[in-house]
Design a protein around this ligand. Sequence first.
Ligand code: 0A1
Ligand code: ZN
Length: 898
Amino acid sequence: MREGQPTAVHREAYAAPAFCIDTVDLTFDLDPTKTRVLNKMRLHRNPDVAAQPLRLDGEDLNLARVLVNGGGTSFKMDGGQLVLENLPEGPEPFDLEIFTTCNPEKNTQLMGLYVSQGTFFTQCEAEGFRRITYFLDRPDVMASYTVTLRADKNKYPVLLSNGNLVEQGALDDGRHFAKWLDPHKKPCYLFALVAGQLVAREQRITSRSGTEHLLQVFVRPGDLDKTEHAMNSLMASVAWDEARFGLPLDLERFMIVATSDFNMGAMENKGLNIFNTKYVLANPATATDMDFGNIESVVGHEYFHNWTGNRITCRDWFQLSLKEGLTVFRDQEFSQDMAGVASARAVKRIEDVRVLRTVQFAEDAGPMAHPVRPDSYVEINNFYTVTIYEKGSEVVRMMQTLVATPEDSLGRAGFAKGMKLYFERHDGQAVTCDDFAQAIADANPGSALAQNLSTFKRWYSQAGTPRLQARGVYNAAERSYTLTLKQSCPATPDQASKLPFVIPVTLGLLNRDGQALPLQRAGTADSALQQTLVLTEASANFTFANIDSEPVPSLLRGFSAPVVLEDGLNANDLLILLAHDSDPFNQWEAGQRLMMQSAVQALTQDITGPVLSDELVTALRNVLRHPGLDAAFKDLALTLPSENYIADQLSVVDPQRVHALREAMRLQLATALQADWQWAWDAHKHNGAYSPDAQSSGRRALSGLAMGMLCIAAVQSGDDVTPGRVYQQFKDAGNMTDRVNALSALVVSGHALSHDALERFHKLFQHEALVIDKWFALQAGAPDRAGDVLPRVRQLMKHADFSLRNPNRARSLIFSYCSANPAGFHRTDAAGYVYWSEQVLALDAINPQVAARLARAMDRWSRLAEPYRSAAQVAIERVAAKADLSNDVREVISRALN
Ligand code: 0A1
Ligand code: ZN
């Protein structure tokens, strides 16, 4: 990995494998410092590819023996690969046996086989299997696996791998074994094993079609009381995939195992999902509503991969979004369906779009911008990005929108037909994004997708966030309204100019009283209150007939395409949408746009005095007090755009000014609406039993926001009574959501009680790792009042509970500071950047994947104002100067400096 110059891999260079692996028989003698791996494979030459040597990938392995058809053979090593040149010729299968050892305890990068708290785990996606044995480590080589695990019975009583347990028993010397057989062929990135002291929550289920399955959630002893929600989420996922897509569970047994040392969220290994504890363990005392929601969606996500990813997998890693974008789309739909009523679904949609716009749009505008299907990469681990995942999901969502018909206005039935065809054509194969799009289009002939498929696929090949400009002209004499839509897309690192995208624009028109107007396209008969226009060219006009007065357009409803909309609406138009739009997404968006307009004006025109107009404050009060709106929606509508999102609207960013401005806006809202916040807090407090459902979590969210606002106003006016009450709620809280909201209200307002509260919180939860992560994150993310956050972060690095080796802990402290606390991080003395460079280098020596993620905290350095910009450059160059950087960090840093 650190040998030689990193070289880029190119999508165009794809070549089918020269050999196929039919069966793999693996035997593991598990030992923390020296695990022996016997790998017996049956291979044959790929008849479609010219004869060539067999090149097997390997990394950090000790090779002891290679046998071909039971006999010795010559081989050579080339750049880490094991090369076999003298293999039997002809089409007949042959046996290859490879014996290696590895050291799981030394494996701090958590790829391949590693030990976490005395338990063995594996992580093979994307290229970790080569750290277990020599193999064709590529997703288009699919084989049948048999796995035998042998280990000390006392230390490792539970031995798990993919598929079905076919044999187990005792061995000499207190050891035992278990043999697993996976009935499905799979690529090696879906291989997994787990061995250790674990306990399981079990559930037997019967599918719609009558087959029986065993579901298991494995955790460390003592954590069983935190597995109910994960199990419920898993059962719901199984039922949902069958109901919505007709996709049943294809295994007798489906297992989830939790580990506290994991680079990502979770992994969809066939039948044996391995999860970060953060996305499994929850009870009301230790987990927040957000944790409960994340668990539901990650459990769903990994489960849905069983079909989208595992049954049909990726031909090569450039096609990663084939499985990830589609599976995120599926988990988002699942969570929406679980939320239930339309208003709760809309809240989930708003939350998803907020992530897309703050994180993915920023990625698209920075040095790491890449298409949903990249053309090249140096380190594939750097491409598990919000572009592949979240933008990829938006691309799938647009396909659904574009197969809609009058009878199936959302396109769900058409999309499900497309999925059915996709599985009919490709089940058991390793395919491309093109194959997926083709199946959806072919199942819906005549749809807007089928008619524009090749143009639509530019969403896969072109990076960057398109700009959509919309202007409407009302013609009173003709009683018509003509909307002109124009699109463009800014240049990205490897793509200077772009061709037009296919952009579905869902819209409605309102009159100035806020009433919805029927939309009758000139020359057509049907009229509806909402339509989807499809822009396929650089620009187009759309005319609506029978419009009696100048309307207010509500465009891009539900965020129908991942674009930046410039509709030229003024504050009055937006106030109408905020008060009346029937589309909850656009109603929320109108409020955000009004707040953003105020912020950008204040920042660019140096306006002093109150930032938010009286009209806007009144409109927000009306939303807060509205009897017909959900608490969860109100929480989102009254939350200001984040500092990072405000910064994204500016060409030159002074993070301190953005911070000061947002603080001023928040203080204004806190004081102007003080009585309303008091009402909101009182009216939404709830003392009954905890349930994570959408309605009750919405109430907690709004009461939490209200409490935070009240604390801010109180600190401003020197009132200690409110913070005292908040402290009381912190102590009495019946669940973690209310407790953390109270704690965070105190920390954010800077009230003196926050110190006591933090100390008490640590004492109460010192044995709950996931709660201690929250404790670190809260402090690292606290508003920086006197340059005191960085010294506190440095102090916390020395805390007995801190460890750089545990990714969750490193993220909770270091990432919370560098990525989620702009004003604490971007210091005029550059000390934040110095800290960042130290931590990137320290982490790189332990875990390059985590280090590379941290490196990305500086992605947008070049648009910083001075003195930040120059100081940031120096810090990045300091990292770049290190000779033996991992490929992971090297790729991120060199792109940042280019
Ligand atoms: N396929 C997983 C994500 C994942 C990718 C790489 C990993 O290696 C460290 C782990 C997980 C998912 O989409 O959930
Ligand atoms: Zn995934």
